[in-house]
Design a protein around this ligand. Structure first.
Ligand code: FAD
Ligand code: SF4
Ligand code: SF4
Length: 393
């Protein structure tokens, strides 16, 4: 798609400049010039009174989609440990691969990580593509991007799934651009269309007010990132074997433009909401930041961790790392206790898959009760001490 000014027709009225929503047009020598910010929206074509702007479709590259086979999962590891989201993706990938009738593969990058392939087979990978090189010791966009892009070019997977972690969110877009394909970020549901075997990727849209299902009909691979904690983990089958395919990473000087000098772990790394079996979460109903100390007592008693609504985070009562919801972490604990949380759709989007939801709220009409398995109408400052007292007994 290209948007061009027909010089002979342009009268220099600059109407297009004022109407372009992306400020992509400038005037040079009384002629409109379309800049690189142009998105091809076509507004200027309609607004030009002299029909001096045209939009032409470039010929679409037709890819032979039949060459693409298999579901790939990016097996993100840190410090030699497979991230839990990779195990969740293997569980989901197995289901998708079964419906398509293809193999499930894991892509493993790092330095000295070959032994992790065994674990990936046990979690369901039929094949592991391994890139083991000193340059891949720490994650870099260039290093991982190059190796995985080369592998995609050579082995042509039809689906690539990544965890929506900081690394996955960085790697997914770079791979999608290099492969000239689409990427659906933060999917909450993946399913295979029984008719054409394409993947249907569902994610919240418009502030979580509706769910959009996205397909990638003309390009391959079909790529998605999935938030940690959304999908069920794959079952481990001890002793299960698979096939190792060793990639041959080869880097020239300048291929990797960044150097990891030091990894500084912050508090955020210490909060693992996605792994917690019990979460005691607090919202504005706490009334003050000190309220989290009471929640911590309950969480400690139940062997769990504390979390929060965004409003509590925005109020500065607790760090963003603790936020549950659409713009925080998606969690799926065995027990989620929502204390003084109203149950806004954006919060519910991040915790509705919890096995048991217990809500404590003074307002019996609070929407949180619609998703709760057990609802306690009452003041959390009375209810929680009473629960603690019972637990003491
Ligand atoms: P409130 O809505 O103010 O609810 C407080 C509740 O506490 C009320 O129901 C009240 O009855 C109850 N209460 C008061 N006193 C007591 C008491 N003593 N004992 C018991 N109950 C009491 N929100 C998130 O949480 N996570 C997100 O990721 C997120 N992402 C968002 C993204 C977008 C694009 C937008 C627009 C919003 C997002 N939000 C998110 C904000 C969300 O819409 C709500 O504003 C927020 O969840 C409300 O937080 P809350 O329930 O703590 O506060
Ligand atoms: Fe030229 Fe049309 Fe833009 Fe006017 S609106 S400056 S005629 S391109
Ligand atoms: Fe601006 Fe849209 Fe015209 Fe591009 S097509 S110059 S973005 S109005």
């Amino acid at each position: 798609m290209a948007v061009n000014v027909i010089k002979e027709k342009c009268k220099g009225c600059s109407i297009c400049v004022k109407n372009c929503p992306f400020e992509a047009i400038t005037m040079e020598d009384r002629l409109a010039v379309i800049g690189t910010a142009c998105t091809g929206c076509g507004v200027c074509v309609e607004k030009c009174p002299f029909k001096a702007i045209e939009k032409t479709e470039e010929e679409k590259e037709v890819k032979d989609l039949s060459q693409y086979h298999g579901v790939w999962v990016f097996a993100e590891q840190r410090e030699g440990k497979i991230m839990p989201v990779a195990i969740e993706l293997l569980g989901e990938g197995k289901k998708l691969a079964g419906e398509i009738g293809c193999e499930l593969c894991a892509v493993l990058c790092g330095s000295g990580v070959a032994h992790l392939a065994e674990e990936l087979y046990e979690y369901g990978a039929d094949k592991v593509y391994l890139a083991d090189a000193p340059e891949l010791k720490d994650y870099t966009t260039d290093g991982y991007g190059k190796v995985i892009y080369d592998a995609i070019q050579e082995y042509k997977p039809e689906i690539v799934l990544l965890g929506a972690t900081h690394i996955g969110r960085d790697l997914g877009p770079i791979l999608a651009v290099k492969c000239n394909t689409g990427l659906t970020a933060d999917c909450t549901k993946l399913e295979i269309d029984p008719e054409d075997k394409k993947i249907k990727q569902t994610r919240p849209a418009f502030g979580g007010n509706l769910m959009a299902t996205i397909v990638c009909p003309n390009h391959r691979p079909q790529m998605s990132t999935v938030r940690p904690g959304v999908m069920a983990k794959a079952e481990r089958e001890a002793g299960r074997k698979g096939q190792l395919v060793e990639l041959k990473p080869c880097f020239q000087d300048g291929d990797i433009r960044t150097k990891v000098v030091e990894v500084v772990k912050t508090m955020k790394d210490a909060v693992s909401l996605t792994d917690a079996d019990v979460i005691v979460s607090g919202g504005m109903g706490l009334g003050k930041p000190e309220g989290f100390a009471l929640l911590k007592q309950l969480a400690d008693k139940l062997g769990g961790v504390v979390a929060a609504s965004r409003a509590a985070v925005d109020a500065g009562w607790i760090d963003h790392a603790y936020q549950v919801g659409q713009t925080g972490t998606t969690v799926k604990p065995k027990i989620y206790v929502a204390c003084g949380i109203s149950g806004a759709i954006q919060h519910v989007a991040g915790m509705q898959n919890s096995e048991q939801i217990i809500a404590i709220n003074t307002n019996e009409a609070a929407p949180i009760f619609e998703v709760a398995d057990y609802g306690i109408v009452g003041d959390l400052y009375k209810v929680i001490p009473a629960i603690l007292e019972e637990l003491e007994k």
